[in-house]
Structure formats: structure tokens, C-alpha cells
Design a protein around this ligand. Structure first.
Ligand code: FAD
Length: 319
């Protein structure tokens, strides 16, 4: 199997198609997820990302009136799904690896498992705060920022593991992706600070970038320009999500800290139902993809969020 950076290199300037999938809610069937991936294989994704979902803290009222605090994980299974994708479809899986909820040692074990499974790629992320909290807190002896975790993976790639410097270790060989935000990460005070830390992730060893979704291509073009000016030379893969319900006009900006272009807002507002809005979302995304492809974007990375029919429609027009 191969690394994302090699897939991009081999495409020789042609834009590649890739997707991100989300593990099912605990107890749901994996078959639905795999059935959703299958129609997308027609477009030959060289890699498929699988998100990671950290623990959540919930309070459950008991019959005796007391409150029980529970730690739960709603969408476990990232590693198992990666293995299923690798073996069932022969496609390179890209597990997301988080700082949040992990100590350095747990991260090392996690990476060793991935290496033994023959997984060659990871997308390294800090992760969001554990629900219901507002601020991110690292686990004791965990990392506060993705750049620190990138450094750990890069060290393993050099055969440097934690606490074991006395004998020669087998190096891992991960291609490392990181996230970036054309419209700025919501916690960053300004774009400059955000760029500084993005550059740090690259300097620590990241090989490529995947962006947060955006609906205005100009944000991506400006972002790429500023990255290049800042000396960031790695491929920058745009992340795309076709809008699929009228409600998403409000939900996506709130969740992902992005702006909806006024033309898109007007078109969706004119829809009588979600089926019409979904079609508007598809057409908008097709236009985005055409422009991004013409501008030489290395890939188009689709956030499927559990559904693939609209992405099939889009990919048929582009690939
Ligand atoms: P970082 O790069 O660590 O940055 C976080 C913030 O800290 C930024 O504001 C940055 O400017 C600032 N910062 C960075 N370094 C420093 C420093 N040294 N000192 C001070 N400030 C600093 N979340 C999940 O839980 N699971 C997933 O699977 C997942 N997949 C994602 C995939 C993509 C493509 C994207 C774009 C996001 C994904 N996320 C996922 C969400 C992500 O975890 C959050 O956006 C998180 O808030 C930031 O992660 P990061 O890796 O960009 O963090």
C-alpha cells in the first residue's frame, strides 16, 4: 500500500478523489458504512480517511435521584474500520489520530497497532474539547497541540520511541497529514498566529495538509497563496462538503466556524424542501470542484458524513 504523498505525486498533477467517513454510532452495523463507500469506489479513491471520536462525559439520572457520571464513546471502531477498508477494498485507510484523550504512551501503542496492521498514513489532530466541556484539556502526560503529536510520529519514523533509547528500534513509516483552516481555526487570535502554528506542524514532519470544508473557493485560493508565501510547500488538499439540508445553512457555520456565501444562502432560502436544497448543494459543489480542479488542486477530499449519493452525483461530473 502507499502513502498519501506518493498517491499525489503519482497522479502527476491530476486531481485525485478521496473521502472521509465517520464510524457508526456504537452498536450500529458496519455494513451500512461499507455499503456507502462502495458506490464511491468507481472514482478510485487512493485513500479513505476514518475519523476518531474521543470519549464524552455524560450525567445520567438514577432512579434514586442521584446523578451518575459516565464516560462513553459514541463512535468507537476507527482502527477496525481502517482494517476493513484496507482488506475489503484494497484502499489505503487514513486513521485520524488525536491528542485529546490520549497519553503519549497510549498514542505510541496506538501507532504501533496501526504500523502492525500495515497502515501507512495518519492524519494527526489535536481534537476538540471532550463534550460537554468548552476548552480543550490534554490528558496528563498527553499533548496540547497537534504539532507535538506530529513530532512523536516523526520520531517513530526515525526509530525513536518513548523511554527506550538504549537499543535500536524498528522505524515506522507513516505519511503524516495535518488539518488547516482557510477561514482560521476558531481559537486562533488571528490568521498570522494560525499560520505560525501550521508551519510548525510542517516543520515537525507533516507531509501534507487537508483543509476544513469551505463553500467559497476564494478562501482556499487565498489560504494556499499565504501558505506558499510562508514557505509551506506541502500539498494542500481542499476539504469539501456538499450542503444537503436547509438547516445546514445555520448548523455548518456554527459547528465549523465558516461563512456561507450569500449566493448560496439565497439559493437555499428559495428552496421549498430539503430535496431541492440537496440539489442546490450538489450543483454548488460541482462548480467548486470544477474551479478547484482547473486551478490544479492536488485532490478533492469529500466529507461524506454517512451519505454518498450526492458525492456520487458530484464525482460523476468531475472525475
Ligand atoms: P492544532 O494544530 O493543535 O491547533 C489548535 C489551535 O491551537 C489553533 O487555534 C492553533 O492556532 C493553536 N496552536 C497550535 N499550536 C500552538 C502552540 N504551540 N501554542 C499556542 N497555540 C497553538 N476532530 C476529531 O475529534 N476527530 C477527527 O477525526 C477530526 N478530523 C478532522 C479532520 C479535518 C480535515 C479537520 C480540518 C478537522 C478535524 N477534526 C477532528 C477537528 C479538529 O480536531 C479540531 O478542529 C481541533 O479544534 C483542532 O485540531 P488541529 O489538529 O487543527 O489543532
Amino acid at each position: 500500500m502507499a502513502k498519501v504523498a506518493d498517491h499525489i505525486r503519482r497522479a502527476n498533477g491530476k486531481t485525485i478523489f478521496s473521502i472521509e467517513v465517520i464510524p457508526p454510532i456504537k452498536g450500529d452495523n458496519l455494513k451500512n458504512l461499507l455499503d456507502n463507500i462502495e458506490p464511491l469506489l468507481e472514482f478510485k479513491p487512493p485513500f479513505i480517511d476514518v475519523t476518531y471520536h474521543r470519549e464524552e462525559y455524560i450525567e445520567r439520572p438514577e432512579p434514586d435521584g442521584t446523578i451518575r457520571k459516565i464516560i462513553t464513546r459514541k463512535r468507537p471502531g476507527t482502527v477496525g474500520i481502517c482494517s476493513a477498508i484496507l482488506h475489503k477494498f484494497g484502499v489505503d485507510p487514513v486513521p485520524h489520530v488525536l491528542c485529546g484523550g490520549f497519553t503519549k504512551e497510549e498514542t505510541e501503542d496506538f501507532l504501533i497497532d496501526l504500523h502492525y496492521l500495515g497502515i501507512d498514513n495518519v492524519l494527526v489532530l489535536r481534537g476538540d474539547p471532550a463534550k460537554p466541556f468548552d476548552t480543550f484539556k490534554p490528558k496528563n502526560n498527553g499533548y496540547s497541540y497537534a504539532s507535538e503529536l506530529v513530532a512523536q510520529v516523526a520520531n517513530m519514523n526515525r526509530g525513536i520511541y518513548l523511554h527506550d533509547s538504549d537499543h535500536t528500534m524498528t522505524p515506522s513509516d507513516f505519511c503524516i497529514g495535518v488539518a488547516a483552516y482557510p477561514e482560521k481555526h476558531f481559537e486562533a487570535v488571528d490568521h498570522e498566529t494560525d499560520f505560525k502554528y501550521l508551519k510548525l506542524k510542517i516543520d515537525k514532519g507533516a507531509d501534507y495538509i487537508v483543509t476544513q470544508m469551505f463553500f467559497d473557493n476564494q478562501k482556499y485560493f487565498d489560504f494556499v497563496k499565504r501558505c506558499r508565501e510562508a514557505g509551506i510547500t506541502v500539498p494542500i488538499i481542499p476539504g469539501l462538503k456538499p450542503l444537503s439540508t436547509r438547516k445546514q445553512l445555520q448548523v455548518l457555520p456554527r459547528l465549523f466556524h465558516l461563512e456561507m456565501p450569500s449566493d448560496l444562502v439565497r439559493a437555499v432560502d428559495a428552496c421549498d424542501n430539503d430535496a431541492q436544497a440537496r440539489q442546490v448543494g450538489v450543483e454548488w459543489c460541482i462548480q467548486q470542484c470544477r474551479e478547484l480542479t482547473q486551478a490544479g488542486a492536488p485532490g478533492l477530499h469529500f466529507y461524506t458524513m454517512g451519505k454518498s449519493d450526492n458525492i456520487v452525483q458530484i464525482a460523476r461530473e468531475i472525475f
